[in-house]
Design a protein around this ligand. Sequence first.
Ligand code: PSV
Ligand code: MN
Ligand code: MN
Length: 426
Amino acid sequence: MKVTKQHIEDENKKNISSQENGFKFLSDTLALKGHNVNAILSKLSEFQVAIPSWALGAGGTRFGRFSFYGEPSNLEQKLEDIGILHTLTQTAGAVSLHIPWDIPSDYRAIKQQADALKIKFDSVNSNTFQDQKNEKESYKYGSLSNISQAVRDQAIQHNLDVINIGNKLGSKSLTVWLADGSCFPGQNNFQTAFQNTQNSLKDIYKRLPEDWKMLIEYKPYEPNFYSTVIQDWGTSFMLANECGEKAFSLVDLGHHLPNSNIEQIVSILMLKGKLGGFHFNDSKYGDDDLTVGSIKPYALFLIFNELVYGIENNPQNPDLAWMIDASHNVKDPLEDLIQSLEAIQEAYAKALLVDQKALKTAQLENDVVKCQEILQGAFRTDVRPLLAAARLKTGGAINPLESYRNLKIRAGLITERGKNTVATGL
Ligand code: PSV
Ligand code: MN
Ligand code: MN
């Protein structure tokens, strides 16, 4: 299943006049307010988000999985799906692999395919939260934190293998998420678990290629429900500092206790030059992995406001690895990802509209009302014509979701791949 240039052109003809009207009105309004619309369009076009290989199938919940069929069953097909997303949206120009689910059988062929689809290999994810076939040791009681040196060594070696695989594909970072922790008080010695994790991460870090980063994800609970070894940004930050200058914290939006002020975490990590990556999703209760922007769009905007501020003002912080980390139970995964990509671009565009100078002045005058007006003024702007204009500039669809449906892509994938395919994944 391929979306061609002709498909997109035919689709865009249907929407071009309303897009042009909407864009003219918005760009005139923004220009009057002193915004450089072309600069905003370029920033939107440059912003690319990696699609994780596990988000292309209906992941489901632990209670059940209801397929949409036609899902990819190997790495080649996963890239094909991301190619479709990227052609339509022009913002999904990267993939994040999970090892061992996505080990390429032919590296050259996979690289060629990705190049042709204009997809880069972003951060590679290790997996020490499941036991793999033919492995000697079990991760039942932890991996990098385990009390057994043999288990820790196996988990360290796995991470080194992942780096090696990523290196052959052009990835430049390793993302470590650990399920390590405990389910009951007394099960673990907190200090021993932390120290083991620190030492194991340092062992991996020592072998990280010169131009690589290590991104350390945190999460307060699940699958362990009493304690998690890397529970919060502070723990991840400590570990990153212990490892060295190529190690960073990674913020996953769903990995916080309810009502955490994520934008403040983002801001301070960037000030310290230690924010390395970002996983987008949304949640009502916990690590729900829902469509980005579907529950708390204002919070997403506030987070982007800090990201934009940090990108502008914190040269000490490196470029970030952006990724969607979502799971789908009741939506076609590709439709869900299109919605997420749109929500990310929308929040980014709105954050770019914040008048930082006026905000600073209002802050210095302690004009609390004005500060709120400035932020909410940007948030309430309907920026969708800007996003469509950015897509059009690079050959994407004015309305990716509508085109996806008009082109009957899921039906085409089912015809090609059948009804029984199952994507590997969470
Ligand atoms: C588990 O919570 C998780 O969703 C983490 O967010 C990781 O990034 C992802 O799985 C893949 O390992
Ligand atoms: Mn994540
Ligand atoms: Mn998660």
